[in-house]
Design a protein around this ligand. Structure first.
Ligand code: GLU
Length: 280
């Protein structure tokens, strides 16, 4: 199929207007192209992701009139498989064990959020041999070695969103400054980073177009680097503008005032929601 996209919420809170915009946009683009719209629950944060949030999100999406193709893909069902694939980078010398504190690592594994600056890792553990790995250590990608293993000419991706449309080239200096040696997983707790799980799933679900919020644009290079290292295809990216509140702040899950469930309780219709996000 020529156009396969997905909506990939993390079920750690209610669906709010910003998510509704993203989901409706991806759904409508897929339907207009005669393509597929898939649903993925990015529930690898086992502490914060809850089945009740997932149920509410699914209910809100159905109420909005969105239909998705095939069953919901739940990341928590695939964690062993992600880790097994992550481990294949180890023998290639691309990973190193890192014993930073638990809270640092937890923050590094989650999907990035606007307003929460990404901490570029200073490389403290970079020289630690894999053989010294302790239970509970995280695995980081050695970005310099990753670049050395890749063909620089092929490190590009296509963006079709409103702000950065064009072909983007990924270079080491910029990536080292903005992304650095990211955490990809933490075996002891059987968890895997958003970056990696999402790259695997986009390939497994044969996603041709990733439609998501502009806050994730800066992290696309790391996903493309992982795709190249693991021999996965690179979809076309479309980062859309974010729905903001009256103060210009991005809506986040914690802004329950903008939760779709709240608008529903107040008597709004799906068309009202479409109108609010400019997609009526
Ligand atoms: N799960 C991510 C979020 O909650 C979205 C990731 C993506 O669309 O690639 O924002």
């Amino acid at each position: 199929m020529a156009f396969v996209t997905r909506f990939a919420p993390s079920p750690t809170g209610p669906l709010h207007l910003g998510h509704a915009y993203s989901a409706i946009l991806a759904h409508d683009m897929a339907r207009a192209a005669g393509g597929a719209f898939l649903l993925r629950m990015e529930d690898t944060d086992l502490e914060r992701a809850k089945p009740e949030w997932e149920a509410l999100i699914l209910d809100d999406l159905a109420w909005l009139g969105l239909t998705w193709d095939g069953p919901v893909h739940r990341q928590s069902d695939h964690i062993d498989a992600y880790n097994a694939r992550l481990e294949t980078l180890g023998p290639r010398g691309l990973l190193y064990p890192c014993s930073c504190t638990r809270s640092d690592i937890r923050a590094a594994l989650a999907a990035p959020q606007e307003g929460v600056p990404h901490q570029v890792y200073p490389g403290t553990c970079r020289q630690r041999p894999t053989a010294e790995r302790q239970p509970g250590d995280a695995l980081r990608l050695d970005l310099r070695k990753a670049f050395a293993a890749l063909d620089a000419d092929r490190l590009t991706f296509t963006e079709t969103g409103p702000h950065h449309a064009g072909i983007h080239r990924i270079d080491f200096e910029t990536s080292a400054r903005s992304i650095g040696d990211v955490v990809l997983g933490r075996k002891g707790e059987n968890i895997v980073a958003y970056f990696l799980a999402s790259a695997f799933d986009d390939a497994d679900q044969k996603i041709t177009h990733v439609i998501r919020g502009a806050d994730l644009f800066d992290f696309t290079p790391i996903q493309v680097i992982l795709q190249r290292l693991l021999g996965l295809p690179t979809p076309i990216y479309h980062h859309h503008a974010l729905i903001r509140d009256d103060q210009g702040k991005r809506l986040a899950k914690r802004d329950d005032a903008r939760a779709i469930a709240k608008y529903r309780a107040e008597g709004a219709t799906p068309t009202d929601i479409r109108r609010m996000v400019g997609l009526a």
